[in-house]
Write a protein that binds this ligand. Sequence first.
Ligand code: UDP
Length: 359
Amino acid sequence: MIKKITLIAGARPNFIKIAPIVHALKKSGKIAYRLVHTGQHFDEKMSHTFFTQLHIPEPDVNLNCGGGSQAEQTAAIMVAFEKELLANPTDLVLVVGDVTSTMACSIVAKKLNIKVAHVEAGIRSYDMAMPEEINRLVTDAITDYFFTTTTWASENLKKAGVFDDQIFFVGNVMIDTLLSKREQFVQPGFWNDFNLEPKKYFVLTLHRPANVDSAENLLVLLKEITSNVNGLPVLFPIHPRTAKVLMESHFTSNNLRIIEPLGYLEFNYLVENALCVITDSGGITEETTVMGIPCMTLRDNTERPETIELGTNELLGTNPQAIAPALKTLFDQQWKKGSIPELWDGKAAERIVTVLENL
Ligand code: UDP
């Protein structure tokens, strides 16, 4: 029986996924939990604001392992988390998503013979150039309990030899947060300054190495987007990784509005009222699918095919030439409508906690 669990959160998308799990654990009250922040994302805009807006309690500990290369960060988190686990024994370590913290903490837990649960297990882009794909594969290779967002993810795990009774198709915790906060989205302070009107602007987010690590690539994408949106404003809340590259390049365009990363409530207000979102994020394709907002993904593959098969998302690839025809389809009002995947109903975290209580 599980009496105590350690929850891991390290980076922006983790906070959004861990929030409903914390709330469901609190509500049920049967399992004690300790919340560990690895410090992978650490500043106000990428971390603290999510704790405030999503009412996540202060972490019990912050390992302060921000910065560094992939290997440096993985190593720092492993060393710090091993000490944390030895000082605070637990029955289970629960990790979410696919960031460095997810993988690093799973390895440490297993080596200390502690069971691991992975929320958002089994999704695959089959693109080994993505650090997230490696994080997913390593984590799922040593996880004990797999919580999946789709039956496709469950099938991937079965094909990899995971037993049926280790896999729990529970739905999507990111959507739990979206649905629970939808009534509380907040109009950002710059709405009037930028003269924004519903359905008359675009939201753009880019942070994948393939798109942003070369300034040349990034500038071609920005040029192609801003010159094919019929002059509408393109709001670009800029990820720290992307900011570094863009600052050095001095790109400007009349309709590009570069802004700092937004809080969850402000960001999703913008998304819900946008004409369209252009992104290379995974989580945002799920949120646009649920809100029915057209979404164009600037990647060659996705680990979330349901956002394309059922949702409002289309993969444009990383070739900038695909952008203009897709925008034409949108302006011709030919963009698909989409539907919501099974069990993306706001109750995934409750289902996870019920499973944990019965292990
Ligand atoms: N998000 C946010 N503010 C922003 C950009 C994104 O709150 O300025 C949220 C978004 O709603 C989603 C999550 O951050 O829930 C996605 O994070 P990110 O794109 O960094 O990660 P990915 O989904 O690609 O792993």
